[in-house]
Ligand binder design. Structure first.
Ligand code: NDP
Length: 480
């Protein structure tokens, strides 16, 4: 049994009330560890530790902060196998994916913000004719809260923590209770990298208690949250009257729009990935596929053939393309959506069933599922399923597909496949989303603003946007 502890003031501690939550291995459905069921008192301890570290950390030189962040990055890289195994076991994702994407990206997050902070500058404005000069300070906020989801556990956890501490803040962080393991292991790496005690504090537990205590805390002045839209709305309701700074990265229901003039093979391979990577549990997955009518039948045949060739299997097997879904309850939710799609006259082109993996019969495996729909307003086309399920439907004109693409409450990302420049420019400008990919998917440059519009959230992460979020601007005007 693996016992996870809280990481407070550089030490590993038991939850004050000594209450625990079971941690499941999605690949076999068995309990393999316990995590603290932390309460308000634990969050208070973490807050106090962060507060006492703040003065010194906020005065630490940028070179020194940068050095420590880059050291954390190097130690993550040196421990990639251990972290990838832990992530795969906790989340059910193929170990090959954790090794190729999740852990390298977590390391990149620290390296990137370790470098970015040394380049982060503020503005100066000379008020000509008024004999005055203005300069703007970018000061750390103090103690900030970072709350992350289970789909890309360490990747998203560090995407928040790295800019927060780079900017001179101290952090109280909570990973998802469903996938706490790599966040736990990160504590040891931070100690070995020389991160001063209290700069990062990690408290494990349920969203409704531990998470709630963070968002309600009167002196945690900013919350960076990634998770579901309903949780984001709740956090906004709690935090807004306390005037906390908020960054909310929420759900998506992203269109993948395919025109006949695209590079077909490239589109086909990428569309399989953008549909089913990480079991379809990525907020950026293109779960609504719209295909120009002239290539629709060909696409349907080719796509289904490729999807049927994906191997569902144990996450530790090297040839597994699709691992286990993260939890039993999530598997049930995804299955419910498949049933709803059928009730709403969707046609199942492939998948739809649970998979029994030999030797791991109680794991949460589901076939990659493609559903043909005739009405873009059906529930499976409007609501976030967040699993290995995509819909496909044909379209005739740019106007028609644009209207369908925008007719959802979400606005996170959109993918466009075409070689027509005018069409690219027009649709990129008119699609309602924070991120548009043209002839690619999930190609990331960490300098770019990342985030959604509409019900996909508020605020942007990435690059200097993240450093701006984690600092307060203070303007100083000097008359001379
Ligand atoms: P949830 O919203 O359920 O949870 C996210 C985090 O918030 C978890 O750590 C959770 O804890 C915590 N939480 C839950 N309730 C509260 C509360 N009252 N106060 C404070 N914290 C709370 O999302 P999931 O973990 O299910 O993640 C999936 C969702 O995340 C999807 O909707 C997906 O689209 C979205 N997402 C968005 C991304 C983006 O960048 N826009 C990227 C990745 C995912 P606990 O686990 O204990 O419930």
């Amino acid at each position: 049994m693996a016992t996870i502890k809280n990481y407070i003031n550089g030490e590993f501690s038991l939850p004050i009330a000594n209450e625990w939550i079971d941690n499941y291995n999605p690949a076999n459905g068995e309990i393999y560890g316990q995590i603290p069921n932390s309460k308000k008192e634990d969050v208070e301890e973490a807050y106090k530790s962060a507060k006492s570290a703040f003065r010194l950390w906020s005065q630490t030189t940028l070179e020194e902060r940068s050095r420590i962040l880059i050291k954390i990055s190097e130690l993550l890289e040196a421990n990639i196998d251990r972290f990838a195994e832990a992530e795969s076991k906790d989340n059910g994702k193929p170990i090959s994916l954790a090794k190729a994407i999740d852990i390298p990206r977590a390391a990149s997050n620290f390296r990137f913000f370790g470098n970015a902070i040394t380049q982060f500058a503020s503005e100066s404005h000379e008020s000509i004719g008024q004999q005055a000069i203005n300069y703007t300070l970018r000061q750390p906020i103090g103690v900030v809260g970072c709350i992350s989801p289970w789909n890309l556990p360490l990747y998203l956890f560090t995407w928040k923590i790295a800019p927060a501490i780079a900017a001179g803040n101290c952090v109280v962080a909570k990973p998802s209770e469903v996938t706490p393991m790599t966040a736990y292991l990160l504590g040891e790496i931070c100690n070995n990298a020389g991160l001063p005690k209290g700069v990062l504090n990690i408290v494990h537990g349920l969203g409704s208690t531990t998470g709630q205590a963070i968002i309600e805390h009167p002196d945690i002045k900013a919350i960076s949250f990634t998770g579901g839209t309903a949780t984001g709305a709740h956090i906004a309701r709690v935090a807004a009257p306390m005037f906390k700074k908020l960054s909310l990265e929420l759900g998506g229901k992203n269109p993948n729009i395919i025109f006949a003039d695209c590079d077909y093979e490239d589109m086909l391979t990428t569309t399989v990935r953008s549909s089913f990577a990480n079991q379809g549990q990525i907020c950026l997955c293109g779960s609504r596929i719209f295909v120009e009518v002239s290539i629709y039948e060909k696409f349907k045949t080719d796509f289904v053939k490729k999807v049927n060739a994906l191997k569902v299997g144990h996450p530790s097997h090297e040839d597994t393309n699709i691992g286990a879904l993260v939890s039993k309850s999530h598997l049930n939710k995804v299955k419910e959506y498949i049933a709803i799609a059928k009730e709403e006259n969707g046609t199942l082109l492939c998948g739809g069933n649970e998979v029994v993996v030999k030797g791991f019969e109680n794991g949460y495996y589901l076939e990659p599922t493609v559903i043909e729909v005739t009405n873009d307003e059906c529930r499976v086309n409007q609501e976030e399923v967040f699993g290995p399920v995509v819909t496909i439907m044909p379209f005739n004109t740019e106007e028609e597909v644009l209207a369908m693409a925008n007719k959802v409450k979400y606005g996170l990302s959109a993918t466009l496949w075409t070689n027509d420049l005018k069409r690219t420019m027009k649709l990129s400008s008119q699609l309602q989303a924070g991120i548009i990919w043209v002839n690619t998917w999930m190609l990331r440059d960490l300098r770019t603003p990342f985030g959604g519009i509409k019900a996909s959230g508020i605020g942007r992460e990435g690059g200097f946007e993240a450093l701006r979020f984690f600092t307060e601007a203070k303007n100083v005007c000097i008359k001379y």
